[in-house]
Design a protein around this ligand. Structure first.
Ligand code: ASC
Length: 150
């Protein structure tokens, strides 16, 4: 039993330390993965944004649930921006790989703004939520402007 627990812990440790590339069999898989993560993130952010802009009636519980999903999803796509995935079925610009520090900073900025939205969502104050939604939108746009082909 003890050996089994140790073996399981070793596998879990290995999985956590495994390089991002090892998650994907092929470059296309990494591209699909990051696009899927952004798609889910955008869908749930869109639900919060629709309430923040009055297109859909404000529902504090729905804001909270969706903001939580956005926060989780915001952490996922970047594992898919591995080497060898700048071409293919992607709008990613090559600058992502030539300006990695700037791209990572822009990604971190978005993750920070999303984390702030998730925090204020728990408070239910609509003015704070509106402001945070605006900041998240700007951080999404900054990356699209610089790193996504239209
Ligand atoms: C969204 C969404 C984005 C951003 C971006 C902001 O709701 O899906 O990608 O906002 O359009 O400019």
């Amino acid at each position: 039993m003890k050996r089994l627990v140790l073996a399981a812990a070793a596998v879990a440790g290995l999985a956590a330390a495994w390089p991002a590339a090892a998650q994907f069999q092929k470059p296309e898989d990494a591209i699909k993965y990051r696009k899927a993560a952004f798609t889910v993130m955008a869908s749930h952010f869109g639900r919060v944004a629709a309430m923040a802009t009055g297109k859909v009636p404000f529902d504090a519980a729905a804001v909270q649930a969706n903001a939580e999903i956005v926060a989780t999803m915001s952490k996922l796509p970047y594992a898919g921006f591995i080497d060898g995935t700048s071409s293919g079925d992607t709008k990613a610009k090559p600058e992502i790989w030539t300006e990695q520090d700037k791209f990572k900073a822009a990604a971190s900025k978005m993750q920070e703004e999303v984390a702030k939205l998730n925090t204020v969502a728990k408070g239910g104050n609509i003015d704070q939520i509106k402001a945070a939604v605006g900041d998240v939108g700007k951080s999404c746009k900054a990356c699209h402007d610089n790193y996504r082909k239209e």
